[in-house]
Design a protein. Sequence first.
Length: 341
Amino acid sequence: MDSTFAERLEAWQRQFGRNTLPWQSTKDPYARWVSEIMLQQTQVETVRAYYLRFIERFPTVSDLAAAPKMEVMKLWEGLGYYRRAENLHRAAREVMVRFGGRMPKDAADLLTLPGIGDYTANAVAAFCGGRLLKAPVDGNVRRVLSRCFCEESFLALPPKPRRVDEIAAAAMSDASDAGVFTQAVFDLGALVCRPKTPKCDACPLLQTCRAKAWGVEARVPLTVRPAKGSRIYIVPVDLFEAETKLKETEGGLWSGLWAPSGMHQSGEAVEEPSGGFRRVGLPPLKHLLTHLEVTFVPFVREFDSREAFEKLPGEVFPLDALPPLSVPVRKIYDALAERIR
Ligand code: SF4
């Protein structure tokens, strides 16, 4: 292993990496944990505004623990992968009970909290001066390291996670600051060692990168991608004047958000719900997730008696004060509100 690998990366990070993101000005494990959770599957630029709003409203772990779940979900609305927000809230409450309200900074403690996996626990520890259990490895780190320390087997198969962990541990062993090193690999993967078109000429590792020397940089690491699937969801909306009924979703892709209680996955074709629902001219909505294309098909049923409406399952909400909704359900209600106006 090149003994100056970490030094070169850290020097590059300080000069060319990202150093002005709002969460980088603190070593508070609570704030870094919130930012790391938001950054999962989400672009840095999208996270920035959500992070600032979240930390302004919940500056400490006790503020988050004391908040009603509905408010936490509302601040997360539009960020996707809502189970993350539910777990943040649950974990904050656990911190109050199990850690006396002090957010832990050691990876071993962080790992005991809901929604915190290997990468997040070790990354938060690295950024906040806590004890790590291993070098943090996410998709960016895996790509940079498997290119730079490419082995012949990587040309035939995706690198094994255990092998990448070993390479990461060796690469990090001479880092002067675990946080700067972690940010350096992350930044290099995001800004220079990009998945399809790495910008090797701007890379501090160019002289020693094996994949570049072998001319295979854009091929490594090999990936085995799951095929893109599709699903259809039926969204049966009940209306009485300017009110609707919604229920909190438990489990699944939109856990913790609210939706019409009859929303369900359809078979391969659109199955019309029974009970007087109509299409009312609202077009189906397509929503893309990482490996899934979901089509939402709205149906509407309008009641002329409050009594029958109130008997439906769920809680009543005025259309201009809806609880946290998934992006597609929010769009359906926006379109409906437009029609009613
Ligand atoms: S030289 Fe190219 S492939 Fe190698 S680490 Fe740098 S950007 Fe990635």
